[in-house]
Design a protein around this ligand. Structure first.
Ligand code: ADP
Length: 212
């Protein structure tokens, strides 16, 4: 069983790494940001409701995000294992999620916290905004999201640190290098990839992974 939670600031690489780790460990990748952006892209009524929050870089209300996550996590295949990122993002979300998951016996295998300097985060996000036009990757919104992250996420880190399942991993540098560091941290907890071939290729020297 492999239930991994990835925590990282905006631009910290949780989406990129989450995708790769899901492949390596043979489990679904669940990203609240991706689920939300998918709703917005399909113009569902839920998407229309959450779009203003995403555009401003604000957190969407807890009940909305919790509904989204519960709906996704209770699919039978997901109960077996997952890489989750984007939830929880606040201590309240963590406490509610923890109570709910405990009832289902859904304990986490590990929580990986990716650390990246503020300067590198801003550089990465501005570059992504330039390349993809993502609506929240503009300078003012980036600063707002980073400030919000610092405010809401530190207590969350302590919550998992107190439970001794949090591992800090340096998230700076080339993508395959970060993937390697995460795999090492997981191996130290007895968690090994099921897909060794692909895991090996994540270390390609050109800085890319297969998920891109
Ligand atoms: P980033 O971490 O770079 O901001 P994400 O894709 O994880 O990117 O999230 C994008 C946006 O989706 C957030 O700014 C927020 O509006 C919304 N969001 C994602 N997860 C949550 C959550 N757990 N609670 C509230 N809002 C969320």
């Amino acid at each position: 069983m492999f239930r991994l939670l990835l925590i990282a600031p905006p631009g910290g690489g949780k989406g990129t790494q989450g995708h790769q780790l899901a492949v390596d460990y043979g489990v679904p990748h669940i990203s609240t940001g991706e689920l939300l952006r998918d709703h917005v892209a399909r113009s569902t009524s839920f998407g229309t409701r959450v779009k203003p929050y995403l555009d401003r870089g604000d957190l969407i209300p807890d009940d909305l995000v919790l509904g989204l996550v519960q709906d996704r996590l209770t699919k039978p295949v997901v109960l077996e294992g997952f890489v989750l990122e984007g939830f929880p993002r606040t201590l309240d979300q963590a406490l509610t999620g923890y109570a709910w998951a405990s009832e289902l016996g859904l304990t986490l295998s590990a929580v990986i916290h990716l650390t990246v300097s503020e300067g590198e985060l801003v550089r990465r996000l501005l570059e992504r905004g330039r390349l993809t036009g993502r609506s929240d990757d503009t300078e003012d919104t980036i600063r707002h999201r980073l400030a919000l992250y610092r405010r809401s996420t530190d207590p969350l880190l302590d919550f998992y640190r107190d439970r001794q399942i949090l591992v800090d991993v340096d998230g700076s540098g080339p993508i395959p290098e970060v993937t390697r560091r995460i795999r090492e941290a997981l191996a130290a907890k007895g968690l090994t990839p099921v897909n060794a071939g692909r895991a090996g290729r994540a270390g390609r020297s050109d800085g890319t992974t297969e998920s891109q």
